[in-house]
Design a binder for this molecule. Sequence first.
Ligand code: DC
Length: 225
Amino acid sequence: MADFIVAIDGAAGSGKSTTARGVARRLNFFHLDTGAMYRAFTLKCLRTKKDEINQELVNKLIKKTRIVLKKEGDEYHTYLDEKNVSLEIRGPEVNKYVSQVSAIPEVREWMVHQQRAIAKNKNVVCEGRDIGTVVFPDAQVKIFMKADIKVRARRRKKELAEKNINVDLNDILKNLEFRDQFDSTRKHSPLRIAQDAIVIDTTNLTIEQEIDLVEKIVRARLKNL
Ligand code: DC
């Protein structure tokens, strides 16, 4: 069997990354974290010309940027122009600018093209904002995850602390509110629930429960193929 796509969409901190990672591990699927790709490109923009992130700069950079998601052991790493930037792309600078960069249509078109190429001939758990609606509208399984914003902020803080990145909870909350608003109202492929997606509210679920639930849904679908 090839090309089985599990699309997981949702806002930051909704549980989609942890769930996507866990489900991919259990099923031995490739974990395609599209947020990491947008983050890596944002980092490239910031390193090049922080004050002038616009269409012109982006068009120039797209032609000379290489983003690769590599599985090394049990972990995935993000490479920007052959350098491992997995940690840097989670920092506050990238958090601040990533919504702005990912709203630019040329960036999205380029990303979608790459994401489809990565998934070719693979079984994939793909997570992001537009996966079930734009990137893989024919995905065999579509999940949309949501959770209370305060719970999401606490999760993000814990996740960052585990990577030794310390950010104030209030700042995280503000950044989440800003990105929620920006990502859902942008003109080009905004965050929205695909018509045929299964919505999961993870506010009161543990990570284990989230992963179990999605794994069960995927296995049931695989059985019916
Ligand atoms: O999932 P994340 O928080 O790492 O995503 C970072 C940002 O990238 C998010 O604020 C919006 C953008 N993004 C997007 O526009 N489309 C995707 N498929 C994934 C992420």
